[in-house]
Design a protein around this ligand. Structure first.
Ligand code: MN
Length: 200
């Protein structure tokens, strides 16, 4: 996965690779609030809480692994949202090559994987994230994480995530979380997901 490094002890907003307009099944209004307001607030809070924490100047994955309380919540939400926003795009909407082979090996088929991923996202109670990660044995696993949770806390390598906080879908889908989850496949860029299998 691509880590995020602080610059002079502060984290900055990442640029969206596709601009601020509508992103297929995600409206420009949702993107404006989700990226421009929610992520911005997490970044600002993280930068307020970092000084004096002993975790200054560490990559964000280290902050997420080591922090507690508010610092953990905000660092987790920054890492989660950057991974979420960066994995979308206008191309490569199906996995291929090595990653497709691993999905077929561990879930039976791409369709069976999608069904399980959507189901775990739909049944996560309250706010959180559904993740596809690589475990220490090289197997793909789907996990649910509450609130700001990220699989790096459990020693997994995170590859793909769908945000199931209501702010991610309510403007476009209201209470229909399952419809939002099913629609997101149309904008996942699997080349980005595949690039996360290496560590840089
Ligand atoms: Mn969110």
């Amino acid at each position: 996965m691509k880590d995020i490094l602080p610059v002079d002890g502060r984290f900055e907003m990442v640029e969206l690779p596709y601009g601020s307009g509508a992103l297929g099944v995600v409206s420009a209004e949702t993107l404006g609030f989700h990226y421009g307001k929610h992520l911005k607030a997490y970044v600002d809070n993280l930068n307020k809480l970092l000084p004096g924490s002993g975790l200054e100047n560490m990559p964000i994955s280290e902050v997420v692994r080591k922090a507690g309380g508010g610092l953990y919540n905000n660092a987790g939400q920054v890492l989660n949202h950057v991974m979420y926003f960066e994995q979308f795009g206008m191309a490569n909407h199906e996995p291929s090559g090595e990653l497709l082979g691993m999905i077929e090996r561990d879930f039976g088929s791409f369709g069976a994987f999608q069904k399980e991923f959507e189901q775990k996202g739909a049944t996560l109670f309250g706010s959180g994230w559904v993740w596809l990660s690589l475990n220490g044995e090289g197997r793909l696993v789907i996990t649910q994480e509450a609130n700001a949770g990220n699989p790096v806390r459990s020693g997994l390598l995170p590859l793909l995530t769908f945000d199931v906080w209501e702010h991610a879908y309510y403007l476009d889908y209201q209470n229909r979380r399952a419809d939002y989850l099913a629609a997101l496949w149309q904008i996942v860029d699997w080349q980005v997901v595949e690039s996360r299998m290496g560590i840089d």
